[in-house]
Design a protein around this ligand. Structure first.
Ligand code: PMP
Length: 361
């Protein structure tokens, strides 16, 4: 018998086993086509149905208003770091970036290549243990946009409320918490996320963009780097990552079956609290990194008070079948990523393991 594996990877990460099984069943003969979905032409009716189905499921589940478009792009969230300023920021123009961690800094660095972004707030002094207070954001009404990172994968912090930026477009990197909870999409001008944490395999980047943003973007860009190109062509200007989009559509179908985002959010909260409770009830044996009011429900970051014990904890966790519990490569510590597809049983098992490890040590 194979020992069960509990996948807490930060991304790529766990996928629902029901979706993997369905993909396996459909692999050799996709819905009567006699071939796999990977082998279909992206111009075929069979693929087009997969593609449009994924888009419409996303729109319905995430309650996306009609004046927005859903695009499936490539290049990861990292290419969005560049595409956003390329399209919306020019020399002499300002954009506000909130520095809540490594990914936010990378987005900021790309914007500097195109315009004059500035830091609207930062949590750097505290090693990004908190989300800045909404009232402390320095935002000017003539900014081209405000950029935030809704969930900070490395530090385990998450925005609970979003700033009201008035007429200034609000842009969010939602890579590590997209569709883990209901969000008022109408507050945002653009939302982007790599699919590989909450929505599917790597290779697809979801962009949700308000139509007026597409119209006002810089027209003097390479074809592939303009949102308008992908919008005009329903994300079929060139060959899209067809298998990834198929998987994403199936994961969305699974979310539908689970009762949509309200019920998923409730589950995600329960899952995360299993582990946060183990931290909070450990009398300082485990130390949470994020301030309680900024805690992420997706990435739970903690340390052990004793460094040697931390090493032992990670080794024993690995032996017991817990995968991906080590912190980000440049930060260290421990991190459990409890994305949508991570089952509650895995979180219970990790909680039990943490309690037992503390007792033994
Ligand atoms: N933003 C956030 C919040 C992330 O967690 C990551 C990846 N871990 C990225 C951006 C980069 O995404 P990608 O690898 O898809 O470019």
């Amino acid at each position: 018998t194979i020992q069960p594996v509990y996948n807490f990877n930060a991304g790529p990460s766990a996928l629902p086993s029901a979706v993997l099984e369905k993909a396996q069943q459909e692999l050799l003969n996709f819905r009567g086509t006699g071939m796999s979905v990977m082998e279909l032409s992206h111009r075929s009716a069979a693929y087009e149905e997969v593609h449009n189905n994924a888009i419409s499921r996303l729109k319905t589940l995430f309650s996306i208003p009609d004046n927005y478009e859903v695009l499936f792009l490539q290049g990861g969230a990292s290419l969005q770091f560049s595409m956003i300023p390329m399209n919306f920021l020019q020399k002499g123009q300002k954009a506000a970036y909130v520095n809540t961690g490594v990914w936010a800094e990378k987005a900021f660095a790309e914007a500097k290549l195109f315009g004059d972004p500035y830091e609207a707030a930062s949590s750097k002094e505290s090693n990004h243990r908190f989300i800045p207070n909404l009232h402390d954001l320095k935002i000017n009404q003539d900014d081209e946009y405000v950029h935030i990172t809704s969930n900070n994968t490395i530090y385990g912090t998450q925005w609970k409320d979003f700033p009201n930026t008035g007429e200034v477009p609000l842009i969010a990197d939602m890579s590590s918490d997209i569709m883990s909870r209901p969000v008022d999409v109408s507050k945002f001008a653009l939302i982007y996320a790599g699919a590989q944490k909450n929505l599917g395999p790597s290779g697809v980047t979801v962009v949700i963009i308000r139509k007026d943003m597409i119209e006002k973007a810089n027209p003097n860009l390479p074809t592939m780097l303009k949102y308008s190109t992908h919008s005009k062509n329903n994300s079929l200007f060139n060959t899209p990552p067809t298998f990834g989009i198929y998987m994403l559509g199936e994961v969305l179908g699974w979310i539908e079956e689970k009762g949509g985002l309200e019920s998923l959010a409730k589950q995600n909260e329960e899952k995360a609290h299993l582990i946060y409770d183990a931290i909070d009830e450990s009398n300082g044996f485990y130390i949470g990194h994020a301030k309680p009011e900024s805690r992420s429900l997706m990435n739970i970051t903690f340390r052990l008070a004793d460094q040697d014990l931390e090493k032992k904890f990670l080794e024993e966790a690995k032996e017991a079948g817990f995968v991906g519990v080590n912190g980000y490569r440049t930060v260290g510590g421990c991190r459990a990523s409890t994305y949508n597809s991570v089952p509650v049983e895995a979180c219970m098992a990790l909680r039990d393991f943490m309690i037992q490890f503390q007792k033994n040590n």
